[in-house]
Design a protein around this ligand. Structure first.
Ligand SMILES: Nc1ncnc2c1ncn2[C@@H]1O[C@H](COP(=O)(O)OP(=O)(O)OP(=O)(O)O)[C@@H](O)[C@H]1O
Length: 427
């Protein structure tokens, strides 16, 4: 996934180095700010702009390593987005989201501040409290935040607290990523297989409602494949040990790895035949080495189907989908078998669609196995964002106004309202 920031870094009023305001767009009261919080990347934008996020930043905050602090203007300077690239080796990093769960709220607030600033979501002077200078950028736009399914309510409450009390959002909607992804594809019934950087979510949805008891969420995603590839290449003698190398290995994975239809027969192919067939190599940053990939190209993504390869006791992808469908009411299953949708960045591996279809068909009862259809539509990596943009459309927003929390309701009821609205999200 490309980082969409303009290369120039600017220092904003929070003292972070980051992107300049990007795609400046007039913010009207019809406009909602969408923030899709991913473990690897935050995808954000304004609902009235494109159907794709206009801001994509790694969910990372960099700070100077103590031994390099004197080289920076401020020892506590923070770096996000593309601003990281030039000084990556001199920084230490915090990852505020771990396996889909926000763990460092201060850093998360920093990243959200950057998103607000980057999208030019500016204070509405009439809504500004007297002591506004003690708060972050006040938002005159409703905010939609995405969450993975099965997010603990204490986390949703904390997000709401920050959005209302720090960013002064006039309205907030917390929405489940898997359900949004299906809406983003223009469907209301199906099984979403949302494959991200650190988690894989399988969410069965019927008539727009997530079937809560069928949801599966496992801590396995693109970063596991990147790490496995990095380790495999190190074992072959390539010194790919730093964070910069990790980034390069991630790109190698995105460009070279694929899902084999039959890993057993692929393993009988010679390394040379794989290399020759695909002839893929990447220069390292020092421009001295070339990395040639061969069997790693399909062996690393194989962990999606066999997590035991990295010593994880988790069901494989085919089994997860089967479990999710089998837990649905019997008369809804037929619609689900034929409507399995791949979404998320890690669903982009070539061969994944066909292999998943074969695996799920093997698990399905005989009479359903022929119906099993896995769809992998163009633009699926942004399906969650696209679904979020749809629910922010004024007509849908008005129709689903019950699911939005107004600032006045939050002020009156406090955190209880967050829990109450969360119950309404799954029928
Ligand atoms: N072409 C590609 N082929 C394979 N993987 C890819 C490709 N493009 C991006 N990815 C991977 O997708 C992942 C990021 O996807 P995404 O933005 O959906 O995850 P996230 O929302 O940050 O994470 P999560 O949903 O796990 O919290 C990264 O691991 C990235 O390497």
């Amino acid at each position: 996934m490309s980082d969409l920031f303009a290369p120039a870094a600017a220092s904003n009023h929070h003292g972070q180095s980051g992107p300049r305001i990007h795609d400046a767009c007039e913010v009207s009261h019809e406009t909602c700010l969408i923030i899709d919080n991913g473990t690897g990347f935050i995808k954000a934008g304004l609902s009235t702009a494109k159907m794709e996020p206009t801001v994509v930043i790694p969910t990372l905050v960099g700070r100077p390593k103590p031994r390099f602090a004197c080289e920076f203007e401020k020892a506590d300077e923070r770096f996000v987005g593309d601003a990281i690239d030039a000084v990556r080796e001199k920084l230490t990093f915090e990852e505020p989201i771990v396996h889909g769960a926000i763990e460092d709220w201060m850093e998360m607030e920093e990243l959200w501040s950057i998103v607000f600033d980057s999208l030019g979501v500016m204070p509405d002077p009439s809504a500004m409290p007297q002591d506004a200078q003690h708060h972050g950028a006040a938002s005159s736009s409703p905010v939609l935040l995405t969450e993975p399914p099965l997010t603990p309510s204490r986390s949703s409450i904390r997000s709401a607290e920050i959005m209302f009390e720090y960013f002064r959002a006039p309205e907030l909607r917390l929405a489940t990523q898997g359900v949004l992804a299906l809406l983003g594809l223009g469907k209301t019934t199906g099984v979403v297989v949302e494959m991200g950087d650190a988690i894989t979510q399988v969410v069965p949805v019927y008539d727009g409602y997530a079937l809560r008891h069928g949801i599966r969420r496992v801590d396995l995603g693109g970063q596991d494949i990147t790490m496995l590839l990095q380790r495999a290449l190190c074992d072959r003698g390539y010194p790919l040990t730093t964070r910069t190398h990790q980034l390069q290995v991630r790109r190698m994975k995105e460009n070279c790895c694929f899902v084999a239809q039959c890993p057993e027969s692929a393993s009988h192919q010679s390394a040379e035949s794989l290399q020759v067939a695909h002839e893929l190599s990447f220069s390292l940053s020092n421009h001295e080495s070339v990395v040639c990939l061969d069997h790693e190209r399909y062996l690393c993504p194989e962990v999606l189907f066999h997590p035991s390869l990295i010593h994880r006791e988790l069901p494989g992808l085919g089994q997860l989908v089967w479990q999710a469908i089998e837990s649905a009411e019997i008369d809804t299953r037929q619609s689900l078998w034929k409507n399995i949708f791949l979404t998320g960045g890690s669903s982009l591996f070539s061969g994944l669609q066909e292999r998943l279809q074969t695996e799920v068909a093997q698990y399905a009862p005989e009479k359903s196995s022929k119906r099993v259809t896995v769809h992998a539509w163009e633009g699926r990596e942004h399906a969650v964002y696209q679904g979020a943009a749809q629910v922010c459309a004024p007509s849908i927003k008005a129709l689903e106004s019950d699911l939005w929390i107004k600032a006045s309701e939050y002020a009156e009821e406090g955190p209880n309202i967050v829990q109450r609205k969360a119950m309404m999200r799954y029928n």
